[in-house]
Design a protein around this ligand. Structure first.
Ligand SMILES: Cc1cc2nc3c(=O)[nH]c(=O)nc-3n(C[C@H](O)[C@H](O)[C@H](O)COP(=O)(O)OP(=O)(O)OC[C@H]3O[C@@H](n4cnc5c(N)ncnc54)[C@H](O)[C@@H]3O)c2cc1C
Length: 271
């Protein structure tokens, strides 16, 4: 059984600051972490490995610094880690990112069968939730997004039953394998890394794949050349002002409602 997990290194803050000139995130001086949803995806992969055997490979497209995030995944129990890094990949949008990850997974499939692909529901910096579905579409595999539990997994019959969170509650879906799941944090709580893993991770160096080797990526499909998304303007929105308040206790409901309606109208909000 072989599971591939895509992880992204992200700034350890939801209070991201944008460089007004370049429109890109200010990452200097901001500690970086494994994207929280991805840490739960790695945990799920390791637990399935403990139950069914096999290996876990983690892949990440990012700057050289992202090797730290991959090492953390080896501490969690991943067997192999691949950093796909090259200046030619920078400023990629989700289309270009999904291309690079899909090509990388195809190269791993050329080495041997891949049974399961795990992605986080979304990255806490870009927040688009587009990369997982983009990769599933490129590879032509079934996609189950917002997965909260894997009820059953049968590598021999090549099927799995997965619970998916929706606005209307939990959907229970059966899928053929390989399939791509984007996961919520509920899918598997992250456990403390055992000492043998810490020792192994300290001695392990993630593989480095570039834009040309071992996989030749199409230069027109990577980085800014492969990204149709044009960032028109990026800025940190000013903090919202607190709204006005009307006390029902002081004024009584009818008067309070009337005053609130008058304030809303005065603010030009059409009712
Ligand atoms: C503030 C901000 C806004 C952005 N807005 C847009 C936008 O509107 N449109 C657009 O196309 N791009 C946008 N980007 C660029 C986008 O962040 C990158 O393309 C990024 O590589 C993937 O998108 P995401 O961060 O939204 O990831 P998501 O699609 O939210 O990530 C989902 C999952 O995909 C996997 N994944 C994502 N990135 C990687 C990676 N580099 N390596 C390995 N696995 C990965 C992880 O498992 C992750 O949990 C934005 C970036 C920032 C910082």
């Amino acid at each position: 059984m072989h599971t591939v997990v895509a992880i992204k290194q992200v700034p350890d803050t939801s209070n991201v600051r944008i460089n007004p000139e370049t429109g890109t995130l200010i990452r200097e001086g901001v500690p970086a972490i494994v994207n929280p949803y991805d840490a739960h995806a790695v945990e799920l992969a390791v637990r399935l490995k403990e139950k069914f055997g096999g290996t876990v490979t983690v892949i990440s497209m990012g700057p050289p610094k992202a090797a730290e995030a991959l090492s953390e995944c080896v501490e969690q129990g991943a067997d192999r880690a691949i950093l796909i890094t090259d200046r030619k990949f920078s400023a990629a949008d989700t289309l270009a990112t999904s291309y690079v990850l899909a090509r990388t997974i195809e190269a791993l499939q050329a080495e041997g069968p891949v049974d399961l692909l795990l992605f986080g529901k979304q990255a806490i910096d870009g927040d688009t939730a587009q990369v997982g579905p983009g990769v599933a579409t490129r590879l032509g595999v079934p996609l189950i997004s917002y997965a909260v539990a894997v009820e059953s997994f049968d590598p021999a019959a090549r099927t799995a039953v997965v619970h998916r969170q929706t606005e209307r509650g939990i959907e229970v879906l059966q899928t053929r394998l390989p399939a791509l799941l984007t996961v919520e944090k509920d899918v598997a709580p992250v456990s403390r890394a055992p000492l043998p893993n810490l020792i192994r991770a300290a001695r392990y160096t993630p593989e480095t794949w570039t834009a040309s080797a071992p996989v030749p990526f199409d230069p027109a499909k990577i980085g800014i050349k492969g990204s149709p998304t044009i960032v028109g303007k990026a800025y940190t929105p000013p903090p919202k002002k607190a709204g006005g308040q009307v006390s029902v206790a002081e004024k009584g409901a009818p008067a309070a409602v009337a005053e609130a309606l008058a304030k809303i109208k005065a603010a030009g909000v059409g009712l």
